[in-house]
Write a protein that binds this ligand. Structure first.
Ligand code: SDX
Length: 434
């Protein structure tokens, strides 16, 4: 990756009467940064930033979020335009390569991905080791990590051709693994990929077709699925992407790195929020119970939070949530679902929260997870599959960021320091003295 950093002077830090000049770097858009890499050597001090609220971990040219504007750009293109005009595979090509594909490039990329959708047949035996009631995310996490036990020929990250085949295999096989986890959890036979179908059509077919009858693919539903995958594809240096980058910084193989991203995404504060949000809406149950839950969310002594609300970066409406809301209405309309209690509760909850000083003052808005559970549920997915779909899509972002990291000559193994407040040096205490 060619660096695009511009020098913008220095910041002066004064400690104990001594001044230090720290370089200021600017990018294309967004906040400037102060380079603190030499801080410890110069001052003997670390920066302190638990949760990395003010820390840029890397230079990147893939995705940009303006949290105040509620803007999300993939390689400079607004998410709204990509969701409306692009496809998930075209967006994947864009995130990985930096530019939208030409017609020929698009055909070649689609064919490459399509021809990697099958899994090694031994993985079936691997799957048989799971309990039927295992959470699909557990099966996804375990199987993705196990891929490095089946694809030994593409683990050398120094070899560009092996990196490329790993990237293509991961994008192509995630839907097959995800669908297989779903079928396994409901006791149905898994459905092999059908290379005559598009990425999203193929995924729906693998999830919902059965050997006993033909599955008719609804183009509106397939388009909604593809749009949902576009919305979830990448999102700067979020927790799971940072996990993938940190794992990759040690030279770990791509399958292990992506498995670490799956594991991190599973948490309810991150990708697990879509499942937690739908469960919350079901727990609220009726519109008249919304004030009770809003009060709990505002109570500092109550750990309850409104799932699907708030974001580390967005201090405005998450642009993905707007597209997701539109997609939800389109899917419910196409499926003829007139009344959706959870949608009614979600819309009323949104209205109440957006007019409540607590949420206004803290700039808490619906995020991508607020509506996704409703539309995924309408599409026929159980809540346990919501984060699996998020992981499928985010694999494209993770692998793009992982690849960018490997191409960045300034990257070193990630190794944060700490502010130690534990016991000072002391001698071992014998048992009779304790
Ligand atoms: C994703 O990073 C990404 O980009 C993630 C993601 C992606 O695409 O990769 O966008 C996907 O993870 C979306 C977020 C999904 N998570 C949820 O919906 C879970 C509910 N949201 C919260 O847990 C929270 O908002 C976070 C985790 C999303 C953000 O947490 P932060 O940035 O650490 O913010 P915070 O916890 O410091 O909150 C600031 C204040 C706190 O109050 P005070 O201590 O200042 O009094 O806002 C409050 C919080 O208590 N707050 C909430 C709230 N979210 C924050 N109060 C009630 N309900 C909420 N949802």
């Amino acid at each position: 990756m060619e660096t695009n950093i511009t020098n913008k002077g220095t910041a002066t830090l004064t400690v104990d009467g001594k001044s230090y000049e720290l370089p200021i770097y600017g990018g294309t858009i967004g906040p400037d940064t102060i380079d603190v890499r030499a801080l410890y050597k110069q001052t003997g001090m670390f920066t302190f930033d638990p949760g990395y609220t003010s820390t840029a971990s890397t230079e990147s040219q893939i995705t940009f979020i303006d949290g105040d504007k509620g803007q999300l750009l993939y390689r400079g293109y607004p998410i709204e335009q990509l969701a409306e005009k692009s496809t998930f595979l075209e967006t994947a090509y864009l995130l990985i390569n930096g530019e939208l594909p030409t017609h020929e490039q698009s055909i070649e990329f689609t064919n490459t991905i399509t021809n990697h959708t099958m899994l090694h047949e031994q993985i079936e035996r691997f799957f048989q080791g799971f309990r039927r009631d295992a959470h699909p995310m557990a099966m996804l996490c375990g199987t993705v990590g196990a891929l490095s036990a089946f694809y030994h020929d593409s683990l050398n990250i120094e070899d560009n051709s092996q990196r490329d085949i790993s990237i293509h295999r991961l994008i192509a096989k995630m839907p097959t693994i995800a669908a297989r986890a779903y079928k396994y959890s409901i006791g149905q036979p898994h459905v092999f990929p059908d290379n005559s179908l598009s990425y999203s059509e193929n995924f729906l077919n693998m999830c919902f077709s059965v050997p006993a009858e033909k599955y008719e693919i609804n183009p509106i539903i397939a388009d909604a699925m593809d749009k949902i995958f576009i919305l979830h594809a990448d999102h700067e240096q979020n927790a799971s992407t940072s996990t993938v980058r940190l794992a990759g910084s040690s030279g770990a193989n791509p399958y292990a790195c992506i498995a670490s991203g799956v594991a991190c995404l599973w948490g309810p504060s991150h990708g697990g929020a879509n499942e937690a949000c739908l469960n919350m809406l079901k727990e609220i149950g009726t519109v008249d119970r919304i004030p009770e839950f809003v009060a709990r969310a505002k109570d500092r002594n109550d750990p309850f939070r409104l799932m699907g609300f708030g974001h580390r970066v967005y201090k405005n409406y998450d642009p993905r949530a707007k597209v997701m809301q539109e997609t939800t209405h389109a899917v419910l309309g196409e499926l003829g679902i007139k009344d959706s209690p959870v949608l009614d509760i979600a819309m009323e909850l949104e209205k109440i929260a957006l007019n409540d000083p607590y949420f206004i003052d803290k700039k808490l808005y619906p995020n991508v997870d607020f509506y996704s559970g409703i539309v995924l549920s309408a599409l026929g997915f159980p809540t346990s599959m919501f984060t699996v779909l998020f992981a499928m899509s985010r694999t494209v972002g993770w692998i793009s960021q992982w690849n960018e990291m490997l191409e960045d000559s300034s990257q070193r193994i990630g190794r944060p320091r700490q502010l130690y407040t534990g016991a000072g040096l002391r001698d071992y205490t014998p048992m009779d003295k304790r």
